[in-house]
Ligand binder design. Structure first.
Ligand code: URP
Ligand code: ZN
Ligand code: ZN
Length: 469
């Protein structure tokens, strides 16, 4: 069945132009003008709107057990909310367990996602230890499962934290096999020390989560991960970068020729640590790791996106209800489940605060929210661009609509929104996933199970040309 999107302004990471998009079933089959309407079953009018490639969110935690509970949003509500926000692909973190096979973890994640996801998805695989069994399994993870990125945590001592030997060995194997290593870069041992010290002094409120995870602990771990990457002659992607200290380490390593990439998240661009001091335990809504920073780091992050020192924006979606889940840490901030709900507002915030306020160009917006992640994680040009042969994952975005973000109107299951009350300009109006309309005039019309698992290309098989200015 053919569809035609007419009268929109098509925006990719490299071009902005008026044009029409012809879709046949799941694919874009032509771009241009003057297509005959009688040949198509449906015409969508995009007058006054931008047409972006569907967003690629490279950092989500859906249906993830963590902190003694499980994230409130799963592959159903999480992907529905993502679609409303203009994201048509998510790459979720598949957690492995020490002593259990990697295959077991991957199967668990397939079970969580396959009948629920409304948009396409893939997984990164967590590596917590390197054993003979893990080494045995890694080639098939890449070749058969198409999972070509590994995640190593340098924090969460006694939970997910891996030691430097594990990180180094993972970097070496990744280079050999064609995978990209991702790190959560905070010094978990230092944080453990500072946390125990705070609790011993009776400092139990949410703000102490931030105060015991200082920027220097992120800067140190980021620098260490960069050095180990250079030593292994490997490739690295640093997730959720929050502060000047970490940006500096990534920037310097890149300038010295290292193959290193950095992601930040919307929350670090627009919220600061002060919100964690709110009374009545409200600060717990903002407990995630790394923590929110002082305001001055925000402009550093915006500038890093602008000049290409950071290249992507992930949501780090990892939601826990305020009532009943964040509550677990009322008496002790270390028991507050870490994470927040960001999947739906990732692109709106970047457009409104980035493009509409003149910090980023339209093409940079597309590169940062979609194209770059598609390239780094081996799904480009199927995803991440508007070109003939690409999947028809498209966002018809009205740049003039103004709305106020609220838990009353969001599409997540979680009971609060971290950006509550924030005014944003611009909103996805209609969203297509592989040619099928899943959001129609802001109404969800997709179906659970329509999202497909994507096997990804190896790292290095997709050309990584320079960032967009
Ligand atoms: N970010 C966070 O607090 N929760 C999700 C897990 C992680 O990314 O560290
Ligand atoms: Zn993390
Ligand atoms: Zn995360």
């Amino acid at each position: 069945m053919k569809k035609l999107i007419r009268n929109g302004t098509i925006v990719t990471a490299s071009e902005t132009y008026k044009g029409d998009i012809l879709i046949d079933n799941e694919k874009i089959v032509a771009l241009g003008k003057d297509f005959k309407e009688e040949d198509v079953a449906e015409v969508i009018d995009a007058s006054g709107c931008f047409i972006f490639p569907g967003g690629v969110d490279p950092h989500t935690h859906l249906d993830m057990p963590f902190g003694g509970t499980v994230t409130r949003d799963d592959f159903d509500s999480g992907t529905v909310a993502a679609a409303h926000g203009g994201t048509t692909t998510v790459i979720d973190f598949c957690l492995s367990e020490k002593g259990k096979s990697l295959n077991n973890a991957i199967n668990t994640w397939h079970e969580k996602s396959q009948d629920k996801a409304v948009i396409d998805y893939s997984f990164h695989l967590m590596i917590g230890e390197i054993t003979a069994e893990v080494l045995d399994e890694l080639p098939s993870v890449i070749e058969e499962e198409g999972i070509t990125s590994f995640k190593v945590f340098m924090a969460y001592k006694n939970v997910f934290q891996a030691d430097d030997a594990t990180l180094f060995h993972t970097l070496i194997k990744a280079k050999e096999l064609g995978a990209l290593v991702m790190v959560h870069a905070e010094n978990g041992d230092v944080i453990d020390y500072l946390t125990k010290e705070a609790l011993a002094k009776g400092q139990t409120e949410p703000i102490h989560h931030a105060l015991t995870r200082p920027p220097a602990a992120e800067g140190e771990a980021t620098g260490r991960a960069c050095q180990l990457t250079s030593l292994a002659d490997s490739q690295l992607y640093v997730v959720h970068v929050t502060c000047e200290q970490a940006v500096k380490q990534i920037d310097e390593a890149r300038k010295s020729g290292a193959d290193i990439w950095g992601e930040t998240c919307p929350q670090y661009l627009v919220l600061d640590q002060e919100v964690m001091r709110q009374s009545n335990f409200e600060g717990a809504k903002y407990v995630w790791s790394p923590p929110l920073r002082d305001k001055e780091h925000q402009e550093v992050l915006w500038n890093a996106l602008k000049i290409g020192a950071l290249q992507t924006i992930g949501s780090d979606q990892c939601s826990f209800d305020f009532q009943g889940q964040k509550d677990l840490g009322r008496e002790d901030f270390t028991k507050i489940p870490n994470g927040g709900p960001m999947i739906e507002d990732r692109m709106s915030i970047l457009f409104s605060e980035g493009v509409a306020k003149g910090r980023l160009s339209l093409n940079q917006f597309v590169d940062i929210t979609s194209t770059r992640a598609a390239k780094l994680f081996g799904i480009y040009p199927k995803k991440g661009t508007i070109s003939v042969g690409a999947d028809a994952d498209l966002v018809i975005f009205d740049p003039e609509v103004k709305r106020t973000i609220s838990a009353d109107t969001h599409h997540l299951a979680v009971d609060y929104n971290a950006f509550e009350g924030m005014e944003v300009k611009g909103q996805p109006k209609t969203v297509l996933s592989r040619g099928k309309t899943i959001i129609n005039d802001q109404i969800f019309v997709g179906s659970n199970g329509d999202g497909q698992f994507i096997k990804r290309a190896k790292y290095g098989e997709v050309l990584q040309e320079q960032t967009v200015q």
